[in-house]
Design a protein around this ligand. Structure first.
Ligand code: SF4
Ligand code: SF4
Length: 253
């Protein structure tokens, strides 16, 4: 199946976004004085999971193992540039003021950055006229057509794998050991750009990834009860600062 697309330069994709960055990109972004958050989600995990499933193999490759209580999990950490409203690099005429150094995720938009996920135009910020039939084909049968875009996409994904241990070290230096249950939301560590830069520098001096005592954060009483029954460290918290929720708060059973 072909997906036709041409950018209208509307600038919508440069507003109200969380851009997934590599560690090097996060360092550059914070180095320019802009905010980068660390987000965490946790997948319950059996040892043999993913043996013959490429999607689960990808999940394993982009997460680190952790025990929450005695229950095995995989922790996915994401460094994200967070901006409400316009990106700090967006110029008044909707051009990128950081064009040469913009992150890979900006270079590949609106392609899907995650493997094994179809690009869904309706979930993109691009207006309908950007997807008209007859425009250049951007994706064919789930694969980026443009060789340069495909290369950038591959590099973005490779960094997600290569950075797993670095991000775990950064989380440990920051003392961040909260994670949402995958699918329910994301636990958020908000730091100043300066604090993140310090943490990255300090993390580079660590030879190993320190053990962390992870806690699951949830805004759903049934999840809290289920994890408590398993003796998993779990905390009930409302959606808001520190917790990006996919569901409405349900703090009472
Ligand atoms: S870095 Fe440039 S392309 Fe990326 S969101 Fe900001 S303004 Fe847009
Ligand atoms: S939202 Fe889509 S059409 Fe608009 S500038 Fe971004 S990539 Fe181009």
């Amino acid at each position: 199946m072909d997906v036709c697309f041409d950018c209208t330069q509307c600038g919508r994709c440069c507003h109200d976004l969380r851009l997934t960055l590599s560690v090097a990109e996060a360092q550059a972004w914070a180095g320019r004085g802009h905010r980068v958050d660390l987000l965490a989600e946790a997948w319950p995990w059996a040892d043999e999971a993913g043996a013959d499933d490429p999607a689960l193999q990808w999940r394993a490759a982009t997460t680190s193992s952790a025990s929450v209580g005695d229950v095995p999990f995989r922790i996915n950490l994401r460094l994200v540039a967070h901006h409400d409203g316009p990106c700090p690099h967006l110029l008044p005429d909707m051009r990128c003021g950081n064009y040469q150094d913009r992150p890979r995720i900006c270079r590949i938009y609106p392609l899907e950055s995650r493997p094994f996920e179809a690009m869904v135009p309706a979930r993109r910020k691009c207006p309908p006229e950007a997807w008209e039939p007859g425009l250049p084909v951007i994706e064919r049968d789930g694969v980026a057509v443009n060789a340069e875009a495909a290369m950038i996409l591959a590099a973005h994904r490779a960094a997600q794998v290569a950075d797993v241990a670095s991000k775990a070290r950064i989380a440990a230096v920051l003392g961040f050991a909260d994670a949402a249950l995958a699918g329910e939301g994301l636990a958020v560590c908000e730091v100043t750009p300066a604090a993140l830069l310090e943490a990255i520098e300090a993390s580079e001096a660590l030879a190993d990834v320190p053990d962390q005592n992870w806690t699951i954060v949830t805004n759903r009483a049934p999840t809290y009860a289920m994890l408590s029954d398993l003796d998993c460290p779990v905390r009930l918290a409302p959606a808001g600062q520190g917790y990006l929720a996919s569901f409405e708060d349900q703090l009472a059973a």
